[in-house]
Design a protein around this ligand. Sequence first.
Ligand code: IMP
Length: 429
Amino acid sequence: MATLAWCIVVLVGLQWGDEGKGAVTDRIARLVRYVVRFQGGPNAGHTLWIGGQKIVLHMVPSGIMYAWIVNIIGAGCVLNLRALVNEITDLRRLGVKVTPKNLRISRDATVILPHHPLLDQAREERAGKKKIGTTGRGIGPAYEDRARRVAVRLGDLLNERRARRAVRRALTELELLLPDNGLTVDYVLNELAPWVAELRPYVCDTAAILHKAWERGEKVMCEGAQGTFLDPLFGTYPFVTSASTLAGAACTGLGFGPTWVDAVVGVLKAYTTRVGSGPFPTELTDEIGDYLQRVGVENGATTGRRRRGGWFDAVLAKRAVLLNGATHVVLTKLDVLSGLQTIRVCVGYEGVRAGTFPQDLDRATPIYEDLPGWDQDISACRSYDELPENCRRYVERIERLVGAKIGAIGVGPDREQVILRPRHWPFTE
Ligand code: IMP
């Protein structure tokens, strides 16, 4: 049995997002006092089922389902205020308690302004075939404003004079980019006013809450959004999102130092998917790709777009373990591979020396290793030993290739369909 005295754990996706982080998030969330989002915004999608009803969370952290958890949206996030209020309203309608006691929002977070989604979508339209495939939610333009030092912070909007000054600064900058755009300070303030009024009681200095939590030794789970290869520095640039998706971003997005992080849980799907454009060396455009898409129900939670599917890429996965400093690894959706006669794993790229990583993946041609599949339905398995031999061989081969032990394995869509391997999984009550 692995033991670990932990206070802060960061959970991240090790591929292109949509690794099926939900079940693992839920497992760890049950053990903590705080669930925290540190980057991204309404581009993320996290599907929950409440009493048979589906709800997709975009901004509210997934700990909202547990009454004892304080959920925090940190400074590194970008917020669509209207969408956030609607999300809270939808949760309440389903009987979930959401109050300023169990949801706290950073005053330092960046506000998505009404023109940000329009800019995002206009750019995509103009790029045509070369588009990034963004979610069109204004994520990029909002983070750009922050980097340009003209962003409006949520805290700015709580005071009339400060709000006016901040919005004016943002619009003056926009005027340079888009002359005669017609937007006025009053229009933007009026658009935001009802949502600011609703959210005001939730806004605070969330870094201070986390500092106190750490001093008291309370458990915190930092919930990553998107995935490693959508990171703007180390992802498949320029086909990436606009804020760092790596575990290190939890520190900068929340306001504490790296020495506080006790563990990093990386989530890998047993195959690979990607929504949006960009390189994907192991992509399958044949009937196996269709099979993975269909059996894995691979549609984006935010945009409903069909996810592209392909074989597991161990080169990427190993790189992701290192980029995040993952101390624990989870393999999800292993059941989706049941029934395939042969399962391929990418173990290198042609012409690329082992141990090195190409700058651009668009011309990377995978070298595959073929592993025998299994026929049995594994969705009812709850211990590692119950898995068919070929299935265990697949798991153990991945462990060797990525250089990390797999502590938990997802074998079905239900949150309880998880196999824990106690020797490699310290996150238990
Ligand atoms: P943006 O984050 O909307 O700017 O989109 C940039 C890229 O990240 C696009 O390829 C999106 O499809 C992708 N992306 C953004 N959020 C997610 C997510 O939560 N899961 C998977 N892909 C995402």
